[in-house]
Design a binder for this molecule. Structure first.
Ligand SMILES: Nc1ncnc2c1ncn2[C@@H]1O[C@H](COP(=O)(O)OP(=O)(O)O)[C@@H](O)[C@H]1O
Ligand SMILES: [Mg+2]
Length: 371
């Protein structure tokens, strides 16, 4: 290993020691769940937001391992019904099972445990979308248990869907008010902050540049996902380690992205004209060693390529138009960047999801077939 110092830190299940950019959510969890339960008040909280925005990690980080109440974490993907979750809770609390207990029996057992120990209970049910869709009755029963069985039991439900989509139309699912907490997507700079910390803890000094971290943050900011950002960092580190280059390069990130996001470029390439293919090829050449390039580099390389094919180079405005088309097709990406107030703006062009050397080869094959 020449790049990775601590592989565990890049693992998807690793729980970091700090969760930057989730201070507000942590505080809300404290206010809406931890404090009330400490005071013997049962609550229900709904957490939702896109994949990879830290819902699971933040909940575990804030809600598990409290000594003043007993907390359980369940992933509903492996528990098809609320009842199976409750049966599991009962087993864990009582260490003894009643064969095929009725729901009432389950609640009675949990309630007995609570009376003996005087401890409040918290259930975190993650990936709860299907449970909400298919077992609303079971969930209702759980959320009413504090009233019906005199339990002090709080529930946190986590899903990617807005709870409104389940609760609309259905009768009120709980006698208690339900709070909601939405986790928003991470911005570019937040993603940069998150992977910068991961890189620092996982990789050797000097094996990654701020530029590479910016590239990863840029790609993952399309989805606002920290999971994608960390996975890109992990895969590009392994790829760079494998080829023993000693440092993560921009093509390693593109290769990592291609692994994660495989998508067919070939079908798009065959729809392009010769001139368009040449401009794309020129763009690849400009990006061998850089994460982004600009129009002047593309113009220069287009001229060179056209000359070698004994063809006239397209005009500047045609090249602009082709670049825009390639962008619309999703083959390249661009950002407009400022250079300070008096220096104007320019267009930076990137290819982030395919290694440019792979793309270049494909473009050349398609061009060969044309001539
Ligand atoms: N604020 C953060 N700081 C550091 N790592 C984070 C942060 N938010 C998310 N992560 C990491 O991103 C990945 C995805 O987070 P996760 O909680 O599984 O997202 P979700 O449950 O919303 O899909 C995990 O590896 C997690 O450690
Ligand atoms: Mg999750």
């Amino acid at each position: 290993m020449t790049i990775i110092k601590n592989a565990e830190v890049l693992d998807p299940v690793y729980i970091p020691s700090e969760l930057p950019f989730r201070e507000r959510e942590i505080q809300r969890l404290e206010e809406l769940v931890v404090k009330p339960l400490r005071d013997g008040i049962s609550t229900t909280l709904f957490i939702y937001g896109s994949p990879g925005v830290g819902k699971t990690t933040t909940s575990k980080f804030t809600l598990l391992n409290h000594t003043e109440f007993r907390s359980f974490y369940f992933n509903a993907l492996s528990h098809p019904t609320t009842r199976s979750i409750l049966a599991d809770v009962m087993l864990k609390l009582r260490n003894s099972g009643v064969a095929r207990p009725s729901t009432t029996e389950i609640f009675r057992q949990i309630s007995n445990w609570q009376k003996q120990k005087g401890m409040n209970i918290l259930l975190i049910i993650d990936e709860a979308s299907n449970l909400l869709r298919n077992d609303l009755a079971g969930l209702q029963m759980l959320l009413r248990s504090s009233e019906a069985y005199n339990l002090t039991l709080s529930t946190v439900l986590i899903s990617v869907d807005d709870p409104g989509t389940f609760l609309r139309g259905s009768r009120k699912i709980s006698p208690l008010p339900i709070s909601t907490l939405r986790f928003s997507r991470y911005s570019f700079s937040e993603l940069y902050g998150i992977i910068m910390r991961r890189a620092r803890d996982a990789l050797y000094d000097g094996t990654y540049s701020p530029e590479i971290l910016r590239m990863i943050a840029k790609v993952s900011s399309q989805y606002g996902s920290a999971r994608l950002a960390i996975e890109l960092l992990q895969k590009s580190s392994y790829i760079a380690d494998y080829v023993s280059s000693g440092i993560i390069g921009s093509d390693d990130v593109r290769a990592a992205n291609a692994l994660i996001n495989p998508y067919i470029t070939e079908s798009k390439l065959v729809q392009l004209s010769e001139e368009e293919l040449i401009v794309l090829l020129a763009t690849c050449r400009c990006l061998y060693r850089f994460t982004k390039t600009d129009i002047p580099c593309i113009v220069m390389n287009t001229e060179i390529l056209m000359e070698s094919r004994l063809r006239r180079s397209p005009t500047m405005s045609m090249i602009y138009r082709i670049v825009r088309k390639l962008e619309d097709l999703g083959m390249i990406e661009s950002v407009i960047e400022g250079h300070g107030s008096r220096k104007g703006v320019s267009k930076s062009i990137m290819i982030n999801d395919t290694p440019v050397r792979v793309l270049e080869k494909k473009v050349e094959e398609v061009l060969d077939r044309m001539s």
